[in-house]
Design a protein around this ligand. Structure first.
Ligand SMILES: C[S@@+](CC[C@H](N)C(=O)[O-])C[C@H]1O[C@@H](n2cnc3c(N)ncnc32)[C@H](O)[C@@H]1O
Length: 281
């Protein structure tokens, strides 16, 4: 079989299985199996594929059709231009979260200590460390299964010497010295519990509940972190947080946190208020 024939067969399987973006997903699956880019497929559609290629690709397509997120099937997701290992136990990094990295890069200072609270795959922690070679970052998470992915990703990107992972669900009990951090980034779970059943099945049935469930209104972890985390920030330190969108941002604009001054919010690619920015008094 050629690349073109294999792609056609894969697309057919995906369409029959009800996968919407079958062209794109067939490309991604074959890229993964052949370790070749889609540019190669376009330039060399008649290149031969060995007899094991379609069965291997079809097996991945089958997992996708069963509802697994594409990133889990491929074992990898891209975030801020870097590849990250992902799979059951960690959230697949989302594009809007990249805006938190950009916000960090606009902070003054070329050295810094920071924490990524709820690090999951470690995508924020590793991307910031990659961009800022003189930074040191803590990655905190409540789940050992998530931290295992973060650890693999820090290793992959050569960042274990400039980072420390902490498994701790209680944010008051983390061994970070008080007032030691220049900034904290966090993308907490923020989906209202009542909205969980309505999520896309690949999210609802596969991504960890602990990365999604934000309690009754989706804001339990948001409020907890805003109350407790400032203790780790030096005076003037920044706290940058992703939220579930306009309603949650609006709610925060009306809230006072004794140790924090709200400096504003950032909109996501869809123009929706998404990230809030505070400074410690
Ligand atoms: C929305 S995910 C974010 C993962 C990653 N930072 C990202 O942006 O893709 C939220 C993460 O917070 C973690 N988490 C939930 N409760 C926590 C807590 N009390 N303390 C620390 N992490 C927590 C979850 O395990 C999950 O990995």
């Amino acid at each position: 079989m050629t690349v073109r024939e294999t792609l056609l067969a894969l697309r057919g399987l995906l369409v029959a299985g009800g996968i919407g973006r079958s062209d794109l997903e067939a490309d991604r699956i074959l890229e993964s199996v052949l370790s070749r880019s889609r540019e190669f497929f376009r330039i060399h559609p008649e290149a031969p594929c060995g007899p094991d290629v379609l069965p291997r690709a079809a097996e991945l397509a089958g997992r996708r059709i069963q509802g697994e997120p594409l990133a889990y099937v491929l074992g990898e997701a891209e975030f801020f231009g870097l590849p990250f290992f992902v799979g059951p136990g960690c959230l697949v990094p989302r594009p809007e979260t990249e805006l938190l990295v950009e916000a960090v890069l606009s902070l003054p200072g070329k050295t810094g200590f920071f924490a990524d609270w709820g690090t999951g795959s470690g995508c924020l922690l590793a991307s910031i460390l990659k961009e800022r070679p003189d930074f040191f970052g803590w990655g905190v998470d409540a789940e050992a299964s998530a931290l295992a992915w973060a650890g693999r990703n820090l290793q992959r990107h050569g960042l274990t010497g400039r980072s420390k992972l902490v498994l701790e669900p209680d944010p008051t009990a983390v061994p970070i010295p008080p007032a030691s951090l220049d900034f904290i980034v966090t993308n907490p779970p923020y989906i209202p519990r009542s909205a969980l059943p309505g999520l896309m099945r690949e999210v609802r049935d596969h991504e960890p509940l602990s990365a999604l469930d934000g309690g009754a209104e989706g804001m339990d972890l948001i409020f907890l972190f805003l109350r407790v985390l400032p203790v780790y920030l030096r005076p003037g330190g920044a706290l940058l947080m992703e939220t579930g969108g306009a309603d949650q941002v609006k709610r925060l604009v009306g809230e006072e946190f004794p140790e924090l001054i709200m400096e504003g919010f950032l909109r996501d690619y869809g123009g929706i208020p998404r990230h809030v920015r505070y400074r410690r008094r």
